[in-house]
Design a protein around this ligand. Structure first.
Ligand SMILES: Cc1cc2nc3c(=O)[nH]c(=O)nc-3n(C[C@H](O)[C@H](O)[C@H](O)COP(=O)(O)OP(=O)(O)OC[C@H]3O[C@@H](n4cnc5c(N)ncnc54)[C@H](O)[C@@H]3O)c2cc1C
Length: 400
């Protein structure tokens, strides 16, 4: 009897779990093994890491339990290398080094906080975007004396969510939000006004147009010469892909994302597919894809379906997608729902206040359930899904 076909999925975030459930169901009863590899045995809802930092109870989802009955095998381990010839993945598992063979690979290792080239940032700031840092942040915050200064660096959505969450949770702290441009630049005028109103209500001091040059043990050094002392600094400036694709000599961009075709297959190897924060289109294709679970989920679904099609020599579908809203939490009692066009550009329509906070919570739950509930994952549909099938009338077959 010949060896079963091996499908490896790297990363059990939003994209990887979505793909695992779809491929697991498709492979049931066939001589195909689907294996999901992740460094932790818990699914981390990254969209809630600022809530973890703020000492809120966030549910832990053990991956082996989620996968029960799905037909997917789980391997806990940190992937250290992807080899193309022979087709193997190397990993460090709790029981030692392992090498797994693959016929098809789905790369969904996600992203991590980007400290840029700012001197001292990695040494003296904690990153809200890194799962390992969020509990450390929680501990450091709970030990801070009243009137201590907390600095959040980054005026994008993650920085705004972090600053408001922590200011609401720890009203005795002096919270500063430092950003190289303006706060919430991608939002509409009305959206920005609401964010500013909430930041002012929570007594968060803004330092806009203030690029950070260096981070010292107890102060930020800004490009304008200003020194901003802190008791704790939280880095929320940007994300970049984990470096594994680049380290494995696969084609990547400057943010370390695996470069993929419109059907989400790697430019380096047609039997490797990419999805989520860790992948990006090599050429402009449809709307610009930002790192978000809103894009990771549909990319995971489409990459899984195309991998399955490739395995069976069937046509693959170019990825189609459109945005509808950006949802921002502003603490637990306020929020912003920013309506956007399909290309993610903001309109002047917004929902604010408690209703927006409620909508944001519903969307976070829906995103998590889409990844962890097998029924939802296997039936998942999204906005703009068929845009390219209709536009081009044809689909793409990539020979492996
Ligand atoms: C505080 C915060 C708030 C956010 N809010 C929103 C929001 O409101 N809306 C939104 O759309 N997006 C939001 N995002 C972004 C969103 O969380 C990410 O875009 C999303 O998690 C990407 O999903 P993914 O599956 O690509 O990667 P991830 O969710 O990062 O999953 C990748 C998985 O791979 C694992 N992994 C990484 N390296 C290795 C390795 N070498 N070996 C084995 N396993 C590995 C990781 O542990 C992880 O489990 C937010 C992010 C943060 C940090």
């Amino acid at each position: 009897m010949s060896n079963p076909t091996q499908i490896l999925i790297l990363g059990a975030g939003y994209a990887g779990l979505m793909a695992a459930f779809r491929l697991g169901r498709a492979a049931q009863g066939k001589p195909i093994t689907v294996t999901l590899i992740n460094n932790s045995s818990i699914f981390v809802e990254r969209v809630r890491l600022h809530q973890v930092a703020a000492a809120q109870r966030v549910r832990a989802h053990p991956i082996p339990r989620l996968l029960r009955g799905s037909g997917v095998r789980f391997v806990q381990g940190r992937v250290t290398r992807i080899a193309a010839q022979p087709q193997q993945v190397h990993l460090t598992a709790p029981e030692g080094e392992q090498v797994l063979r693959y016929d098809y690979l789905l790369y969904a290792l996600g992203s991590q906080t980007d400290f840029g080239r700012v001197r001292g940032a990695q040494d003296h700031a904690l990153a809200v975007g890194n799962a390992a840092d969020a509990p450390r942040l929680r501990e450091r915050l709970s030990g801070l004396a009243a009137d201590s200064t907390l600095i959040v660096v980054g005026g994008g959505l993650t920085g705004i969510e972090t600053a408001t969450e922590l200011a609401e949770r720890y009203p005795a702290l002096r919270v500063r939000l430092v950003t190289s441009g303006r706060v919430g630049e991608g939002l509409s005028e009305r959206g920005q006004q609401h964010v500013r109103k909430v930041l002012a209500r929570l007594r968060v001091t803004l330092h806009e147009n203030t690029p950070v040059q260096a981070v010292e043990a107890d102060a930020l050094v800004c490009a304008n010469g200003e020194r901003l002392p802190f008791a704790l600094c939280v880095w929320a400036a940007a994300l970049r892909a984990v470096p594994l694709a680049t380290d494995s000599a696969l084609a990547t961009n400057e943010r370390g994302q695996l470069l993929v075709s419109p059907t989400l297959s790697s430019l380096s190897a047609p039997n490797i597919f990419g999805a989520g924060d860790g992948a990006a289109f090599a050429e402009a294709h449809g709307v610009p894809i930002r790192m978000a679970c809103a894009t990771a989920l549909p990319m995971g679904a489409q990459a899984a379906d195309n991998l399955w099609a490739a395995l069976h020599g069937k046509p693959q579908k170019p990825f189609g997608f459109g945005y509808a809203v950006q949802c921002v939490s502003l603490g637990r009692r306020d929020g912003l729902v920013q309506f956007v066009r399909r290309d993610d550009s903001p309109t002047e329509r917004v929902i604010t206040g408690r209703l927006a906070a409620f909508i944001k919570e519903c969307i976070c739950r829906y995103a998590a359930f889409s990844a962890i509930a097998p029924w939802l994952a296997t039936n998942y549909r999204w906005l703009g899904q068929n845009a390219f099938s209709r536009a081009h009338k044809s689909t793409v077959v990539i020979q492996s």
